[in-house]
Design a protein around this ligand. Sequence first.
Ligand SMILES: [Zn+2]
Length: 329
Amino acid sequence: MTQEKSTDIVVQSSSALALPDENTFKHDLQSINKFQQIVRANMIEGQDYGVIPGTDKPSLYKPGAEKITKLLGLCDRYEVIEKVQDWAKPFFHYMVKCQLIAASSGITISDGLGSCNSMEARYRWRDAKKKCPECGKETIIKGKEEYGGGWICFGKLGGCGAKWPGGTEAIEKQVTGRVENDDIYSLVNTLLKMAEKRALVDAALHAGRLSNIFTQDVEDMPAFSSDAKAAKPANTEPAKAQPAKTAAKAPANPDGITEAQLKKLFAAAKEKGLEHQTVVAYMTSVYGVSSSSGLTKRQASELIEAIEQGSVAPAAEAKQPELTDGDFK
Ligand SMILES: [Zn+2]
């Protein structure tokens, strides 16, 4: 066991007064640069990281974070530091701390926080479709007029094939579209794992001093801005100067939707054939804003994803598959 700096990675200083001398400092900087080059060379786009449309920096994904910890010889340890488990409501929230520990010395190299809760849009809502009264599956589609209209539990979607005439209340009175997820309980483990994942990514970025290369996986960031990341003191590293073009492009609100996101949003809506009012209605109900200019970067990113995944739809029937004659035999 030696106290000598065996790793080239700067250990998060426990005392702000312990400033390194100039040579150590230069050496450390070189080490960081070198490590960053190694990371760049080893990361696979789309697998370890990805560029989310409308964002400036690539986002680090979980496999990338795991790769970084491996390159640095670190072990991960998790601790739930805050939790709300309201089974009656139901509401679940987890904040997890991830510590990355040098396998050789046992010294904690960095830590990160990640949280996740069941009120995040992706967990809170689900896209309800008409449910078959017979088999219970959400496989109901509208029958074609030339075959007598009505409703059919579509076999090609895994339905039972039952049919109903038009006007059947058991079908038509059903609430569809965006509804509260009635099965939050089955998400509890997912929420905890997601919090752990976010904490790991946060910790890995700190450990490798990689925040100037990568950002958190924005798709996985909580919908609330008052989460751990925001509350964390910004003492880990100085913010890199943003390229001038970003600054020029940025609207008054630095966290607001970017021009690139706006373009992407319109393109996604157009591609899915969504009416302007459908998108606005969704924005209003999910984010409480009636204009895309009121969205934050994160919200915009979420919204784009929701549209691309088909979660934003005017009506449940909008996505029905093509019927063929065989379906009405
Ligand atoms: Zn059925």
